[in-house]
Structures are given as structure tokens and as C-alpha cells.
Design a protein around this ligand. Structure first.
Ligand SMILES: *Cc1c(COP(=O)(O)O)cnc(C)c1O
Length: 360
């Protein structure tokens, strides 16, 4: 068997031992005589899987008791609409910090439902930095402030959590979920699509403070009403059972890796190997503000579209796949999520170094 190192922004690599465990349990899950793919979501066996997944999530991320952990669907993008429907209902206003394509999409969607204000944006410099905001920047009448913690396409991450005072803070953490410890109490809600860091596609995990629930507007589709989902323990309808099971396996792996402290140490090590190489290279360079660099998505360019394309192609031939940057900015991007082994990053740096020598 020959496996590649997949640097895709998502769906992305899963830990090998998680895939092996899933493979071993594929035909007969814990003596049930069936695969989790076949099992009733109302069965006792599945009930234990989803409850264990929630328990692990709470333990690993240190989620306080007054927060719900929900397993939802529709990808992160569906929640761009669900968030205003559930929360933009007191003054009909919200503040959006636009730091990339995903934050912009969320803002544009929210404008359909009320007064969504772009409180700050880094679009003036191709989203290469994170604006510094203080409490005074936010509208005291905003029903919430919305941010995207890690900007998958541009390779930036907030180096701080904005102080919004009493205004509820909501964060899309899709591409940095469980990549390092996070103080959940600073947020009214965090959520993300699972396909970057915690499971295959098809699942969204949302962590919502209980006092936020129960104020959705009447027209909110039932499936998007977080209170209804919370009251049904994420089983209002058939959930993505197998993806929730895979999520549980990944959470068990994270625990074995030393929890989020262990995961963070590994992520910092990987990112350092790559950024250190880029910083000394005469061919490649990372173009984001150094203090806002992402641990998960590392973007870089040679300055020549032709050389970029050649590099992506030759890397793929060596089993280093999906290094092409997002179509909106070009260049290259290495997504080095939790499951990317240190050896994968080292192999990438060795390749880039050889490519530089051969082409300069
Ligand atoms: C990938 C991504 C999304 C979109 O996720 P879908 O599940 O495909 O809707 C949203 N936000 C961020 C930060 C992402 O990285």
C-alpha cells in the first residue's frame, strides 16, 4: 500500500490509525453484527457512539456545562444563514469582521436577514492580515459579532480573541477546530465543518451557550433551529451516523496524542519546519503578516505562475498532493491539519528545497 501526503484544504487527511480502526470495525461494530453505516440512529449501540462523541468533545475542548454540543448537517455554509435566523433577532443587527472568503460569504448571507455591518475588512491587502479591533469598534446594539478564526484560503489566523464586551461573539472555526486549546467561554457559539480537522465531510459541530437558544425567528426552517436540535440531542432527524462515529475515533486519537496541548505542540512543530524553510528561501515566500500566520494553512508563492504550476505538478509526482493554492489567490498552499504527520511536512520541505536548487 502506498499512501500519499494530502495537503488539501478539505476534505483532508485522517490519522492512519483512525482509518485502520474504522476498517477493522467495518463489518461488525463491537459485536453488534453490523456496520455503523447500517445501524439505526435510534439504536442503543449508536446512542452510545453519539453520547461518547459528545463527552469526548466536552472533555478535550473543556466545554462548560452551560453550552450545548450539537452534531448538525449542511456544511459550515448552511450555518451562514442559520446564525442570523437564530440570533439576529433583538435589534436585527450584527457586526461581521471580514477576513477572507468564508467570512465574506457569511456576511453576504446575513445581509438577507437584517442589518449586517462589515465592521472591518482586510480585503484592501488581499486578506493578508487580521485587523486589530477593540470593544469600541463594535456597535453596542449588534445582536452578535461574527468572525472566522482561521482563514483557510489566505493562511491567516487571529492571534487574539476580540473583546466584544457584552455582545455575543460567534466564530467559524472550521479550519482550526481542535488544533490547539481554545477558551470556549469567550464565545457565545463556535462551529465548524468537520472535514478539515475532525472527521469526513457531512458533519458540522456547533457549541452554543444555552442562553442563546430559543429566540429563532418564526420562519426559521425547523432543521436550522438550534433550540429544536438541542432539545432533540442532535437526533431530530437521521444524523450523519458514520461521520459522527469517525469523529469519535478522531477524538479518541486526539486524547491519546495528549489532548489539545499535545496536538498543539505537534502543530507548532510542523508549521515551524515549513515557515522556517520559506523564510530562508530565495524562491518561495509566505505573503501574510508574520504574526497572523495560520498553523493549519500555509500559503506561499514563487512570484511566477509558471513556476508555481510546475512545482505543484512535480510535488504530486512525488506523492505530495493538492498543493495548488485556492483559485482566488493562486500560488501554493499546504494545509497541515492535525492528521498530517511531521514526516509529511519534512518531505515537503525536502522537495521544495530540491525544487529550488533545480530551478534557480
Ligand atoms: C471550508 C470552510 C467553510 C465551508 O465549509 P462547508 O462545510 O464546505 O460549507 C467555511 N468556513 C471555513 C473557515 C472553511 O475553512
Amino acid at each position: 500500500m502506498s499512501r500519499v501526503y494530502n495537503f488539501s484544504a478539505g476534505p483532508s487527511m485522517l490519522p492512519l490509525e483512525v482509518l485502520e480502526k474504522a476498517q477493522a470495525e467495518m463489518l461488525d461494530y463491537e459485536g453488534s453484527g453490523q456496520s455503523v453505516t447500517e445501524m439505526s440512529h435510534r439504536s442503543k449501540v449508536f446512542d452510545k457512539i453519539i453520547k461518547d462523541a459528545e463527552k469526548l468533545f466536552r472533555e478535550i475542548l473543556n466545554v462548560p456545562d452551560n453550552y450545548k454540543v450539537l452534531f448538525l448537517q449542511g456544511g459550515a455554509s448552511t450555518h451562514f444563514a442559520a446564525i442570523p435566523l437564530n440570533f439576529m433577532n433583538k435589534n436585527g443587527k450584527a457586526d461581521y469582521i471580514v477576513t477572507g472568503v468564508w467570512a465574506k460569504k457569511a456576511w453576504q448571507e446575513a445581509k438577507k436577514y437584517g442589518e449586517a455591518r462589515k465592521v472591518a475588512s482586510s480585503e484592501d491587502k488581499v486578506f493578508s492580515y487580521i485587523p486589530k479591533l477593540t470593544r469600541e469598534d463594535f456597535d453596542p446594539e449588534a445582536d452578535y459579532v461574527y468572525m472566522c478564526m482561521n482563514n483557510t484560503i489566505y493562511g491567516t489566523k487571529y492571534p487574539y480573541i476580540p473583546d466584544t464586551g457584552d455582545i455575543p461573539l460567534i466564530a467559524d472555526v472550521s479550519s482550526c477546530f481542535l488544533s490547539e486549546p481554545l477558551d470556549v467561554t469567550k464565545f457565545a457559539m463556535i462551529y465548524g465543518g468537520a472535514q478539515k480537522n475532525i472527521a469526513p465531510a457531512g458533519l458540522v459541530v456547533a457549541i452554543i451557550r444555552e442562553d442563546m437558544l430559543g429566540h429563532a425567528r418564526d420562519i426559521t426552517p425547523t432543521m436550522l433551529d438550534y433550540k429544536i436540535q438541542a432539545d432533540a440531542d442532535s437526533l431530530y432527524n437521521t444524523p450523519p451516523c458514520y461521520t459522527i462515529y469517525m469523529c469519535k475515533l478522531v477524538l479518541e486519537w486526539i486524547k491519546k496524542m495528549g489532548g489539545l496541548e499535545g496536538i498543539k505542540a505537534n502543530n507548532v512543530k510542523k508549521a515551524k519546519i515549513l515557515y522556517d524553510f520559506l523564510d530562508q528561501s530565495k524562491m518561495f515566500r509566505n505573503t501574510v503578516n508574520p504574526e497572523d500566520r495560520s498553523l493549519m494553512n500555509v500559503t506561499f508563492v514563487t512570484g511566477s505562475d509558471e513556476l508555481d504550476a510546475k512545482c505543484v505538478k512535480e510535488a504530486a509526482e512525488q506523492g505530495l498532493i493538492n498543493l495548488k493554492g485556492h483559485r482566488s489567490i493562486g500560488g501554493l498552499r499546504a494545509s497541515i491539519y492535525n492528521a498530517m504527520p511531521v514526516e509529511g511536512v519534512q518531505k515537503l520541505v525536502d522537495f521544495l528545497s530540491a525544487f529550488e536548487k533545480a530551478n534557480s
